[in-house]
Design a binder for this molecule. Structure first.
Ligand code: SDX
Length: 429
C-alpha cells in the first residue's frame, strides 16, 4: 500500500498521505486538498468519505463482519449482557467484576426521571409519536441536570450522563407507552436487571403484575446488544456532528434520536411490520410486492432490505431471524408475518434486481417480529432501536470530544444557484 498518493490538477500538485486502519482499510487524507488546489471532493451520502478515525466498532460489509471493540457480535449476543456491552463500547474493554458492579449499580441510582419531567407527558397530545417524546425528554434533561451541561465536561460528568441516559431512556420509553394507553406509570425497581426492569415498567399495572419470561428477556437482550453500535451510521454521525459544536451530550443524543426516526434508518423496523401487515391483508402475495419494489414508479421499497455497507448479508439479521424463530417456537406462537417475511426474503434473494443491487435483509427486517411477540406497540419499535443504540451514541460522542484532532463539522458544497444579480423593488417586479 503506498504511503502517499500524488494529485496533479490545474498545474498544482498535492501529495496526500494514505491512512491504514487496524484491519487494513485504506483512506486518502485530503485535509490539504482545498488549500493546495482550490478543489473539494463531492460525495453525496458520504459513501466514500471517512469523517473520523474510531476505535469503537469495525464492520466489513462484504464479509458481514461486525465487532464491538474487536469482539464479534455473535459472541456478545450469545454471552454478554446489554449493560456489559454498553460498558465495553463506552470504555473500550470488558469490565472487571468490580467495574461492572459499580456501573450496573449506578443504573438504579439513575433509573427515575425528575418528577417535574412527568409533566411533559401531559403536555404531549395522545397522538404524539414516542420518538418525538423521547427526543424532547432527552434534550430536556439538560434543564433538569444543568450542572452537567458544561462546554468541557469532566470525565466524571460524562460517566454520570452516560449512565443517566442509558438508565433513564428505558423509563422514558415505558412512561410514554403507559401515557399512550392511559395507564399509570410503573416505576423502575432496584431488584430487577436492565431488560426485566424495562419489561416490568412497560407491562405491569396496579391490577396485574407482569410475568417475566426468560425467553422474552433473552430475545430482547440479544436485540439490544445487536443494535448497540454500528460505526458512522446516519444517527451516530448526527450525534458526532452536533457534539462537534460542543453542544452537550443530552442535545447531541436528542438529535441522534431524530435522525434515527427516519424510515430509511431506525424507523425501518416499524415500516417493515407495516409492510408485512399490508402484504398479509392483501392475501400474502409476496411476488406482487417484490414486483412493486422493482418498479421505480411505484415509490415502494422493500423495507428492511438493503444497506449502505452490507453487500452480502447483515450479520445481525441472521441472528435476529434465528432468535425470532426460537422465541415464537418456545412461546408456541405462530405469527403469519414471520412466514411472509421469510417468503419475501426467499423471493427477493432469487430475483436478479435484488441480487445485482446486493439488497439483503438488514437488521430491521426481522427485529419487528420479536418486538411484536413481546407486545411492544408498533410505534415504539424505533424507540427500542434508540434504547439499543444509546451506548454507541454515547461512546462515539465521548470518543469525539476526547479526540484533540476533532474540529467542528462543517462540510462544503458546490453552489448551483443564480449568478449575481440586483435586488428589484416589489413595485418593479
Ligand atoms: C439501518 O448505516 C447503518 O449502519 C444503518 C443501520 C444501523 O445499524 O445504524 O444498519 C440501520 O438504517 C438499516 C437500513 C434500514 N432501512 C431500510 O430498510 C429502508 C429500505 N432500504 C433502503 O431505503 C436502502 O437500502 C438504504 C437506505 C438502507 C441504503 O440506501 P443506499 O445505500 O443509499 O442505496 P440506494 O438508495 O442508492 O439504492 C441503490 C439501488 C437503487 O436502485 P437503482 O437506482 O440502482 O436502480 O438499490 C435500490 C435503489 O432503488 N434499493 C432498493 C431498496 N434499497 C435500495 N429497491 C427496493 N427496495 C429497497 N429496500
Amino acid at each position: 500500500m503506498p504511503e502517499r498518493i500524488s494529485l496533479a490538477i490545474d498545474g498544482k500538485k498535492l501529495d496526500c498521505p494514505v491512512i491504514a486502519g487496524t484491519e487494513g482499510e485504506k483512506a486518502i487524507d485530503i485535509t490539504e486538498l482545498r488549500a493546495a488546489t482550490g478543489y473539494i471532493t463531492m460525495d453525496p451520502g458520504f459513501g466514500n468519505t471517512g469523517s473520523c478515525k474510531s476505535a469503537i466498532t469495525y464492520l466489513d460489509g462484504d464479509k458481514g463482519v461486525l465487532r464491538y471493540r474487536g469482539i464479534p457480535i455473535e459472541q456478545l449476543a450469545e454471552k454478554s449482557t446489554f449493560v456489559e456491552t454498553a460498558y465495553l463500547l463506552i470504555y473500550g474493554h470488558l469490565p472487571q467484576p468490580k467495574e461492572l458492579d459499580v456501573f450496573s449499580s449506578a443504573f438504579n441510582e439513575h433509573s427515575m426521571i425528575h418528577e417535574d419531567m412527568k409533566n411533559f407527558f401531559n403536555a404531549f397530545s395522545s397522538s404524539a409519536h414516542p420518538m418525538a417524546i423521547l427526543s424532547a425528554m432527552v434534550c430536556s434533561m439538560s434543564a433538569y441536570y444543568p450542572t452537567m451541561i458544561k462546554e468541557n465536561p469532566s470525565k466524571g460528568d460524562i460517566d454520570r450522563i452516560a449512565v443517566q441516559l442509558l438508565s433513564k431512556v428505558r423509563t422514558i420509553a415505558a412512561f410514554s407507552y403507559k401515557k399512550s394507553i392511559g395507564e399509570p406509570f410503573v416505576h423502575p425497581r432496584h431488584d430487577l436487571r436492565y431488560v426485566p426492569n424495562f419489561l416490568n415498567m412497560m407491562f405491569s399495572s396496579p391490577t396485574k403484575s407482569y410475568k417475566i419470561v426468560d425467553e422474552v428477556v433473552q430475545a430482547l437482550r440479544v436485540l439490544l446488544i445487536l443494535h448497540a453500535d454500528h460505526e458512522q451510521n446516519c444517527s451516530t454521525s448526527t450525534v458526532r456532528l452536533v457534539g462537534s459544536s460542543h453542544a452537550n451530550l443530552y442535545a447531541s443524543i436528542s438529535a441522534g434520536i431524530c435522525a434515527l426516526w427516519g424510515p430509511l434508518h431506525g424507523g425501518a423496523n416499524q415500516a417493515v411490520i407495516e409492510m408485512l401487515q399490508e402484504i398479509h391483508a392483501d392475501g400474502g402475495k409476496v411476488d406482487k410486492y417484490v414486483a412493486r419494489a422493482k418498479d421505480k414508479a411505484s415509490g415502494f421499497r422493500l423495507m428492511g432490505f438493503g444497506h449502505r455497507v452490507y453487500k452480502n448479508f447483515d450479520p445481525r439479521a441472521r441472528i435476529i431471524k434465528q432468535k425470532a424463530d426460537e422465541l415464537l417456537n418456545k412461546l408456541g406462537i405462530h405469527d403469519p408475518l414471520l412466514d411472509i417475511a421469510k417468503r419475501l426474503e426467499e423471493a427477493a434473494l432469487k430475483d436478479e434486481y435484488f441480487v445485482t443491487r446486493k439488497l439483503y435483509p438488514n437488521v430491521d427486517f426481522y427485529s419487528g417480529i420479536i418486538l411484536r411477540t413481546i407486545g411492544i406497540p408498533l410505534r415504539m419499535f424505533p424507540v427500542m432501536f434508540a434504547i439499543g443504540r444509546m451506548p454507541g451514541w454515547i461512546a462515539h460522542w465521548k470518543e469525539m470530544i476526547e479526540d484533540p484532532a476533532t474540529k467542528i463539522g462543517r462540510p462544503s458544497q458546490i453552489y448551483t444557484g443564480e449568478s449575481k444579480h440586483n435586488y428589484v423593488p416589489i413595485e418593479k417586479r
